[in-house]
Write a protein that binds this ligand. Structure first.
Ligand code: IFM
Length: 470
């Protein structure tokens, strides 16, 4: 690691939990909730989900939220991000669904009562099906519908919620749904993916602008903040790279990272990326007036989800098997340490490198680590004498190493304000369902979703309450 890492975090640094509505609430048909794309896919092909556990599951937090918030607070966590489900808050006419609103009022009240600040995100890959059928993010009407939903949420909860986010990981739907063919509707079309990315960018900017207006008129609290959360992947290539390798880095970084960083700090998209896309036949569906809309996308702070770096090299082919232009391909670093359950590289220093990139290139930007965590398939294999999952050998080192690099980044000038661990309570993970467990708190699916602290939980409590990284 070079010089000694600082091992304490500032006293005002916050520790919390990150989760999402669709992954925790369950109750997929309660409160008049509409179908979203995860429900649609679960209904169509339940075999696509690990152990056939579909989107209906959540982790039962929709029923247990009061106890769960108390448990988080006992672990020293003072905030938790979740998301409102668009399909629960709104009806199919784009009007507030009072039963859904009532659910979220109760959820947020319980968080406050437990001493856990609710961070509220508006979209976590969960488009209502009827809007997807109208073209999803490729259709401007759906972009407008999102802005209307955001306005409704700000108006309804504007006095209750201080920390708002427009999107979680807006790069993921373009990639997983439209480019890599991994998630419904399984497309392999880079042009559609970038069009979706562009639509989401406009939606983010419209919602941010609405937030500002409602704050000015007093509907939203004066101390409220708006942000965006993305899974940024620090880019690396091989040693002694060729110009083509560096070009691959530029585009991978440009599409995945700089696109969002420029949007939320400058209200623009990176011109070099847009130009390169156009030169390869991917022209964004820009309309007159879009520039002004994007200009309103500047946020108060940013969430940085960090799991893995992005190692790339020059692509072997210009065009892939689906006719899409190739800008980069994966570089397999021989020294990589891989979390075998997930196939993701574990590289704690990446969090420092990206923090320093933001400090250098976006010096005004305040941010926090909005997700970080390790999902392990064999998590439930090893037990302590009192029956707790013994995860000390992997969960603690994972979090400790990332926190040490965060502490060092802060010492070197990074404006990082806090840390949210992803999935403090085991929760449902898209089509992996409950395969990989992330939690410091076990959820027992065989015992009605009962909760039990894992061995690592005491370590988390120590660090979260003392700010000393032991
Ligand atoms: O479960 C997801 C979450 O929804 C977004 N970030 C990554 C997590 C772990 O895969």
């Amino acid at each position: 690691m070079g010089r000694q890492n600082p091992s304490t975090l500032p006293s005002d640094f916050f520790f919390g939990a990150a989760m999402s509505g669709p992954q925790t609430e369950g109750m997929w048909q309660a409160h008049g909730k509409l179908e979203n794309l995860w429900d649609l896919w679960s209904n169509q092909d339940i075999r696509a989900f690990y152990n056939r556990v579909g989107s209906y599951a959540g982790n039962d937090m929709g029923a247990r939220y009061a106890d769960d918030y108390r448990l988080l607070r006992e672990l020293g966590l003072t905030s938790m991000r979740t998301s409102i489900q668009w399909s629960r808050l709104m009806d199919a006419d784009g009007k507030l669904n009072p039963a859904g609103a009532d659910f979220y009022h109760r959820l947020f009240a319980a968080a406050h009562e437990a001493g856990v600040e609710p961070f509220v995100n508006l979209y976590h890959f969960d488009m209502p099906t009827y809007l997807f059928r109208r073209g999803g993010w490729e259709n401007r009407e759906v972009v407008e519908a999102y802005a209307n939903y955001a306005r409704t949420a700000f108006a309804e909860f504007g006095q209750e919620i201080t920390y708002w986010f427009t999107f979680n990981e807006p790069i993921v739907e373009p990639e997983q749904r439209y480019e890599h063919g991994a998630w419904y509707p399984f497309a392999h079309n880079a042009a559609r993916a970038r069009c979706v990315q562009y639509g989401i960018s406009l939606a983010h900017a419209l919602a941010t602008d609405t937030f500002r207006g409602l704050q000015e008129s007093g509907v939203v609290r004066a101390d409220a903040k708006i942000g965006l959360i993305n899974c940024f992947t620090p880019p690396y290539t091989r040693e002694n790279p060729s110009p083509a390798d560096l070009e691959a880095v530029r585009m991978a970084d440009g599409i995945g990272n700089r696109w969002w960083l420029d949007l939320v700090t400058k209200g623009t998209l990176p011109a070099d990326v847009v130009d390169t896309l156009a030169s390869r036949g991917i022209v964004l569906p820009v309309r007159a007036g879009d520039k002004d809309i994007l200009a309103r996308g500047v946020v108060d702070w940013l969430g940085f989800n960090y799991y893995q770096p992005n190692r790339v090299q020059a692509p072997e082919h210009d065009i892939d098997e689906y006719g899409n232009p190739c800008f980069a391909q994966k570089y397999v670093w021989p020294d990589a340490v891989i979390n075998k359950s997930r196939g993701w590289e574990i590289y704690p220093k990446g969090i420092y490198d990206f923090a320093m990139t933001m400090t250098r290139d976006y010096p005004q930007l305040e941010w926090f680590v909005s997700e970080n965590g390790i999902g392990v398939e064999e998590d439930r294999a090893l037990r302590t004498a009192d029956g707790a999952i013994d995860d000390l050998a992997y969960r603690v080192p994972f979090v400790r190493d990332h926190l040490l690099w965060i502490a060092r980044a802060i010492a070197d000038g990074a404006r990082c304000r806090g840390y949210h661990y992803w999935g403090v309570i085991d929760c449902w993970s898209w089509n992996n369902a409950y395969k990989n467990r992330y939690g410091f708190i076990e959820v027992n699916l065989q015992d009605n979703y009962s909760r039990k602290l894992k061995a690592s939980a005491e370590w988390l409590r120590q660090v979260a309450t003392t700010h000393v990284i032991e």
